[in-house]
Design a binder for this molecule. Structure first.
Ligand code: AP5
Length: 216
């Protein structure tokens, strides 16, 4: 099963990707996490990525495509994968087509999530993430068992640099201008399936099974 998840920042892409991964046993490829990891390692492309991410802008395509292409070359994606945060513009969508064609596979479904600006701000301002294993929490809707500590691996949780309200609003503009237009392309290909970004977290597994069940 090859899945792409598209939606504005804070719509719940990462949360759904983790749930789909647990249900269907396929890995999640999150470009945001991979770029943050490169930034933490202070590589040359990581420094460039960090510069753009802090402003809420898209990282240059050549850097992102190289990271995704390398990841899609690893053996664990042979049974399928979930792309969270890629592609984000037309050039990336075309690059993905080329990479998948070489692998002899194609996208089965593009999951489209939307959520209101109000929900997005409330979610992102109280989001906490684990810098070690990538687990995501919300201090009100999905809190860790112990304050600011990851349930999965025990590391201290952090707030992302780009989860400031002014940067969140800018990321939403970037999504509308650069990413939403590629949904039309996938709609024309008959790939788009809608998910409701406003439902409660514990309702997500049921919705995922309803929407993806025929592909399993
Ligand atoms: P990225 O890391 O992909 O961030 P994003 O797209 O802005 O999305 P988020 O991770 O903020 O939100 P999400 O939709 O995954 O929500 P989540 O599930 O965490 O990208 C960051 C940056 O990296 C970009 O700005 C760009 O610079 C760069 N980048 C990444 N990919 C790139 C690419 N392809 N090309 C170029 N640049 C790229 O949920 C949010 C919170 O809400 C959590 O706390 C969660 O617990 C909570 N929550 C989730 N669902 C619910 C619910 N239903 N009810 C209540 N709370 C909920």
């Amino acid at each position: 099963m090859q899945i792409v998840i598209l939606g504005p920042p804070g719509s719940g892409k990462g949360t759904r990707a983790q749930i789909i991964s647990k249900i269907y046993g396929i890995p999640v490829i999150t470009t945001g996490d991979m770029l943050r990891e490169a930034a933490a390692q202070d590589t040359e492309s990581g420094r460039i990525a960090d510069f753009y991410m802090k402003k809420g802008e898209l990282v240059p395509d050549d850097i992102v495509v190289e990271v995704v292409e390398e990841r899609l070359g690893r053996p664990d994606v042979e049974g399928g994968f979930i792309l969270d945060g890629f592609p984000r513009n037309l050039a990336q969508a075309r690059a993905l087509d080329r990479v998948l064609k070489r692998k002899g596979v194609s996208i089965d479904a593009v999951l489209k999530i939307d959520a209101s600006t109000d929900s997005i701000i409330k979610r992102l301002s109280l989001r906490r993430s684990c810098p070690r294993c990538g687990a995501v929490y919300h201090l009100k809707y999905n809190p860790p068992k112990k304050d600011e500590v990851c349930d999965e691996c025990g590391s201290g949780l952090i707030q992302r640099d780009d989860d400031r309200e002014d940067i969140i609003l800018y990321r939403m503009i970037v999504y509308e201008e650069q990413t939403r237009p590629i949904l039309e392309r996938y709609e024309n290909m008959g790939k788009v399936r809608e998910l409701n970004g406003e439902i409660e977290i514990d309702e997500i597994p049921g919705e995922v099974r309803r929407v993806l069940g025929d592909l399993a």
